[in-house]
Write a protein that binds this ligand. Structure first.
Ligand SMILES: Nc1ncnc2c1ncn2[C@@H]1O[C@H](COP(=O)(O)OP(=O)(O)OP(=O)(O)O)[C@@H](O)[C@H]1O
Ligand SMILES: [Mg+2]
Length: 267
């Protein structure tokens, strides 16, 4: 990754509170980040550390209690439909719970067509069909068997693949992948990772992996953010963080992957 690549997304003192009265707490607390074109980032933390909450704020699916997201160096606006379409054409997510990610009343064909229409290209019906077929083929889904179905008729793994097919169509500038491969078997996991990396190469896509797995984070990313109780407690170059972690929480996470170097054969 090039050190002076342009900044695409930036978070400034992002906070998110949940609960009321005595139960109020910060799920995300004063989080700053800078994502540059082509960068691969991992956000690593234990369950409940606030990763999905942060991801949803970045995606614009959850309103921050305070703080700001900057998109291409301007404050992000999601006020009008055009603003939202423009943002979601560029910033896309794959979420842990695929069941909540789709409108359950739209058929698969409609979900994919909506995506194609976001691109605002002049395409014939046939070209659109071909694009949907190609995207499904990429993630090993049979478009002809699925197009007339509803999301609730799909398995969890099929739904995650469908989310990835959307990424293939949209080719966003930023992809937020919240534990995307949990429902996908190891073989297609490698294919999907490969596709993400290809998209990064082709159009400098930023990939933000959200994971518990510091080993995976080290293997794939340029930059790692370590998150504990809603705060980023350590951040930096992936190799530096793994070789000389500073924060005690990072050290503890590392202790959970004692065979990391051996596992990836890194000597
Ligand atoms: N809508 C909500 N209302 C109230 N509390 C919430 C809500 N969403 C998340 N939380 C709480 O905020 C904290 C952070 O949750 P979050 O889902 O962001 O964690 P996470 O790091 O993604 O965890 P996991 O690794 O298990 O997915 C948790 O304590 C969770 O219970
Ligand atoms: Mg989560």
């Amino acid at each position: 990754m090039n050190g002076d690549s342009s900044i695409v997304l930036e978070g400034r003192k992002l906070n998110r509170q949940f609960g009321f009265g005595r139960n109020r707490f910060f799920a995300v607390s004063d989080v700053d980040f800078v994502f540059r074109s082509g960068e691969i980032i991992s956000i690593v933390g234990e369950s409940g550390s606030g990763k999905t909450t942060l991801a949803k704020m970045i995606m614009g699916l959850l309103k921050p209690t305070s703080g700001e997201v900057m998109f291409r160096e301007n404050p992000r606006s999601l006020r009008t439909k055009a603003d939202r379409e423009e943002y979601w054409k560029s910033v896309q997510g794959i979420f842990q719970d695929p069941f909540s990610s789709f409108n359950q009343f739209s058929k698969i064909q409609t979900l994919l067509l909506d995506c194609i229409n976001l691109l605002k290209l002049k395409l014939s019906e046939e070209e659109k069909m071909n694009m949907m077929r190609e995207a499904c083929g990429f993630v090993n889904l049979e478009f002809d068997e699925l197009y007339n179905k509803y999301p609730f008729e799909l398995s969890g793994g099929q739904m995650q693949r469908l989310m990835i097919a959307r990424i293939f169509i949209l080719k966003p500038k930023v992809l937020i992948a919240d534990e995307p491969t949990s429902m996908i078997d190891a073989c297609s996991r490698a294919t999907i990772l490969d596709m993400f990396l290809k998209l990064r190469k082709q159009n400098d896509m930023i990939i933000v992996f959200i994971t518990h797995d510091l080993g995976l984070a080290y293997y794939v990313s340029d930059t790692i953010y370590i998150m504990e109780h809603g705060k980023i407690v350590e951040r930096g170059n992936a190799a530096t963080i793994l070789e000389s972690p500073v924060h005690s929480y990072t050290k503890r996470l590392l202790a959970d992957v004692p065979k990391l170097k051996e596992a990836w054969d890194l000597g």
